[in-house]
Design a binder for this molecule. Structure first.
Ligand code: CTP
Length: 406
């Protein structure tokens, strides 16, 4: 099952102006085919009527401990029993204080107290309220209870002030939600991932590049984060936003990517080179735009450094090195050659001619190859493919006797 599809999410909304964003989040969850139940506090309803959430979630909204209990069932117990995770967004200073004190004086706080499922809290409030030692103490306490509390965003607030207190972006909350369901088998492992194409300048206006969108590398970065890794993502020019919670370094040419990777590679336990690095660069890029004066144009190309091969030659004894092989024919043969020649632990062989695999699509169909043999992975989303790659990496870490258990 991919992403949040089929996940039963209990969304608790408390009374902040950011409650309108929770309505948008409800929509996002429904779009992903999550099954959403909404609990509103009395104050939340002052900002957004229950009808809005009911219409978006496609189900009635829970507001009252007793009114919800027509058949003698106990809503405050049953709601969390029938959910996979509890998301509280926005969580006001008042709701946070209530939960930290273990109170059960409204439906939301009673549900949280009775819950045996993972809880994710997304605070939103005025920055003075957020930074007050009382709120900070309460948040520490919630973390001690095992709840995940996101840091609010910094920026302009509804009260006119600028500071900490904005509800985090949906992308960040979604990642945190997904990490509640992910294994933690990469916890404490430092990974470096490269993604996207490189651009090799011809002149100030033009460049040589390739069709890579970066989607596979970004999917690897997101899924590694969810599994607990500490991630550095080195990305060539792609149209994808920085995934939350990781170090993202943007580079342009193969030379820049090489410098960036070599400066960090020694500190990383796992390196995955998903980038489609240009094999050749223009020997001397023109300083000014080349004019179309002649009948043709000859470009002298020089070979770029093979970053992966260089990483293979300097690989530390504990390091796991994963490469990709973009192939249009003789896939297994070429993959085997690259695995040996570049001193890799694992290679992901990609058919770039497949209609649903390779460049710029959201799905992929790969073969994983290591010293023990090959494994065909079916056609999956790039995120699910990424998870299969991490499963294989974890098996390698495990067999090296180094894997940390989750
Ligand atoms: N790679 C690299 N540096 C390069 C070229 C490739 O690090 N200058 C890495 C890619 O990131 C990928 C792997 O090498 O992980 C294989 O890339 P691919 O383009 O499939 O193969 P090449 O080694 O470039 O060989 P060829 O293009 O001849 O198939």
């Amino acid at each position: 099952m991919a992403g949040l599809q089929g996940k039963r999410i209990l969304l608790g909304v408390s009374g902040s102006i950011a409650a309108y964003k929770a309505a948008e989040w409800t929509r996002e969850l429904v779009k992903e085919e999550a099954l959403v139940q909404v609990i509103l506090t009395e104050a939340a309803e002052r900002f957004v009527p229950a009808l809005t959430f009911a219409a978006l979630a496609g189900t009635s909204v829970h507001r009252d401990m007793f009114a919800d209990d027509p058949e003698g069932m106990m809503a405050h117990i049953n709601l969390s029993r029938e959910a996979d995770a509890l998301l509280i967004a926005p969580a006001t200073a008042q709701t946070i204080a209530r939960l930290a004190a273990g109170m059960a004086d409204n439906l939301l706080s009673a549900v949280v107290l009775a819950a045996r499922i993972p809880v994710l809290i997304c605070p939103a409030m005025n920055s003075a309220m957020f930074n007050h030692p009382a709120t900070q103490d309460n948040i520490r306490r919630l973390r001690q209870f095992g709840y995940r509390v996101l840091q609010p965003g910094c920026g302009g607030l509804a009260c006119g002030e600028v500071g900490d207190g904005r509800l985090p972006d949906w992308d960040e909350a979604r990642e945190a939600l997904l990490s509640l369901f992910a294994p933690t088998d990469l916890r404490g492992i430092k990974v470096l991932i490269t993604a996207g194409p490189t651009r090799e300048a011809i002149d100030p206006a033009r460049y040589l590049s390739n069709r890579s969108s970066g989607k596979m590398g970004f999917a690897l970065a997101r899924t590694a984060m969810r599994r607990g890794a500490s991630v550095t993502l080195v990305a060539g020019p792609v149209a994808l936003a920085d995934p939350p919670g990781m170090e993202v370094l943007r580079v342009e040419s193969a030379k820049e990517m090489a410098e960036c990777v070599f400066a960090r590679s020694a500190q990383c336990r796992v390196i995955v080179k998903a980038a489609a690095v240009a094999d050749f660069a223009v020997e001397a890029a023109a300083e000014h735009k080349i004019k179309k004066t002649g009948t043709g144009l000859q470009l002298d190309l020089v070979k770029n450094i093979d970053i992966l091969a260089e990483l293979g030659s300097r690989k530390g004894p504990r390091q796991i090195l994963v490469g990709f092989a973009a192939e249009s024919r003789e896939h297994l043969q070429e993959g085997t050659r690259k695995l040996q020649e570049k001193n890799l632990d694992l290679i992901v062989i990609n058919d770039i001619l497949g209609a649903h695999s390779g460049f710029d699509v959201d799905t992929n169909q790969v073969t994983l190859l290591d010293q023990n043999g090959s494994q065909e992975i079916p056609l999956l989303s790039k995120e699910d493919t990424a998870d299969r790659i991490w499963d294989a990496v974890c098996a390698l870490l495990s067999s090296a006797g180094e894997k940390r258990s989750g």
